[in-house]
Design a binder for this molecule. Structure first.
Ligand SMILES: Cc1cc2nc3c(=O)[nH]c(=O)nc-3n(C[C@H](O)[C@H](O)[C@H](O)COP(=O)(O)OP(=O)(O)OC[C@H]3O[C@@H](n4cnc5c(N)ncnc54)[C@H](O)[C@@H]3O)c2cc1C
Length: 401
């Protein structure tokens, strides 16, 4: 039997943050620091104690070590409480969340940041036969498989940035393998001709065969089926095409978009449940140029903004409008090469890009920055509020606040 937990004295305001990804951890560290002296209890729920650096999963997948980042250690002495467990239901009427089916946590304000995972449901066979890069255990399983291969073919499906980074990393670490990158879109399709050409040259140098403009229609035990019923043999298939979000928000009756993401107002509150904020990949957040697509660069600001808004609301002040403009697309091409496409706020490419060693340094700096940022925010929350607001391109006409 489960009981609802509202640890802390009566009258305490309970903020429950679901998901300790890039966005949820930003919300937790920021909010804990801003409410230290207030009668507020901040609780962060996550499946694992270890922070998953999704930006580095392709390193884990090729047997490279990444840092062990322990969330409870980060939160020690911040006042925020960590609960390890799997969220199985959200009840927006009773304001409760069920964890591991057996435990019930109450909230006054909920921050929904459960992120996204690879969509393995769209094409038959993906679930059964393909590898994915959703967490360290997926990545380690792939690394073990690659290490056991003496030769053979690895097909990476998805011409987006995760596919490109993974294909390049596998080809560099495993020159004995043939790596094929298959996708609907051309790798680097949204980059300028110069950046795209650098990316393509790097893939060729690493021996990656690129097949673009082609859909994979089925994953088989020993290969893939391409549109037109052509098959390609593969010893390993890595699926990186498309993401999906948890069904929990829709099941709770929150208004969601056609992809199941929580639709927010301009301040990041759910349009149907204003006591729920939604952040990161799990949220459908509209800016003047359209709905944000999931990235770490936008996810962290959404977490910080939700925390600042909650702290303001607790002081009786109105939350402010969230505004964000993209500024870069950094892509690693193995350990010795990279390309960084600088972008306009709406994510369209600017003329400028970095390639080679400066781009490697830039990409590494970006990938390494979240954890020190969280640590800094635990004592100096104002250090986390700087990001490009995007000027007129991000202004929403419907929320003029
Ligand atoms: C291989 C790869 C490379 C990427 N590279 C880049 C890049 O270079 N730059 C970039 O900007 N973006 C990149 N992305 C995208 C970026 O990682 C995501 O946009 C970002 O992780 C979103 O942050 P989030 O906090 O919303 O979600 P996540 O980081 O996905 O975190 C969600 C958290 O919630 C937890 N969770 C989920 N469901 C439950 C549940 N039911 N119960 C308990 N816990 C749960 C998860 O375990 C996770 O800890 C990459 C993604 C991948 C997969």
């Amino acid at each position: 039997m489960s009981t609802a937990h509202t640890t802390g004295p009566a009258g305490t305001h309970h903020v429950l943050i679901l998901g300790a990804g890039y966005a949820g951890l930003a919300a937790a560290t920021q909010l804990a620091a801003r409410t230290r002296k207030a009668d507020v209890r901040v609780t962060l729920v996550n499946a694992h104690e270890r922070f998953t650096e999704r930006l580095r999963l392709h390193l884990t997948a090729t047997g490279q070590r990444v840092a062990e980042l322990d969330i409870p250690t980060l939160l020690a002495n911040t006042g925020a409480h960590f609960v390890r467990g799997w969220v199985t239901a959200v009840d927006a009427q009773t304001r409760t969340v069920r964890v591991d089916d057996s435990r019930v946590l109450r909230y006054d304000t909920l921050v929904y940041g459960l992120g996204s995972v690879t969509d393995t449901t769209v094409v038959p066979g993906v679930e059964e036969h393909a590898y994915t890069l959703d967490g360290p255990s997926d990545a380690t399983t792939l690394a073990d498989r690659l290490a056991r291969l003496d030769g053979g073919t690895v097909v990476v499906v998805g011409g987006g940035l995760t596919g490109v980074e993974s294909a390049a990393e596998i080809a560099e670490r495993h020159p004995e393998l043939d790596v094929v990158l298959v996708g609907r879109q051309d790798p680097g399709a949204r980059m300028t001709a110069r950046a795209r050409s650098h990316l393509r040259t790097a893939l060729t140098r690493l021996g990656v065969q690129v097949i673009s403009g082609t859909a994979v229609t089925k994953v088989l035990p020993d290969g893939v089926e391409l549109a037109g019923a052509r098959t390609m043999a593969a010893d390993v298939v890595l699926w990186t095409a498309g993401t999906r979000v948890s069904p929990l928000a829709a099941a709770a009756g929150l208004t969601v978009d056609d992809r199941g993401r929580v639709v927010t107002d301009a301040t990041l509150r759910s349009v149907s449940h204003p006591d729920v904020y939604a952040i990161g990949d799990a949220a459908a957040i509209r800016q003047g140029y359209g709905v944000l697509h999931g990235t770490c660069q936008s996810g962290m600001p959404t977490g910080v903004h939700a925390a600042v808004s909650i702290a303001r609301a607790l002081r009786g002040r109105q939350p402010r409008q969230f505004r964000f403009g993209y500024y870069h697309t950094p892509v690693s091409l193995g350990r010795n090469d990279a390309v960084v496409q600088f972008t306009r706020p709406d994510d369209s490419p600017r003329r400028g890009c970095l390639t080679g060693r400066p781009a490697v340094w830039y990409k590494e700096t970006v990938s390494a920055s979240p954890w020190p940022t969280y640590r800094r925010m635990t004592t100096l929350p104002s250090s986390g509020v700087f990001w490009p607001r995007g000027g007129r391109l991000t202004r929403r006409r419907d929320d003029a606040r």
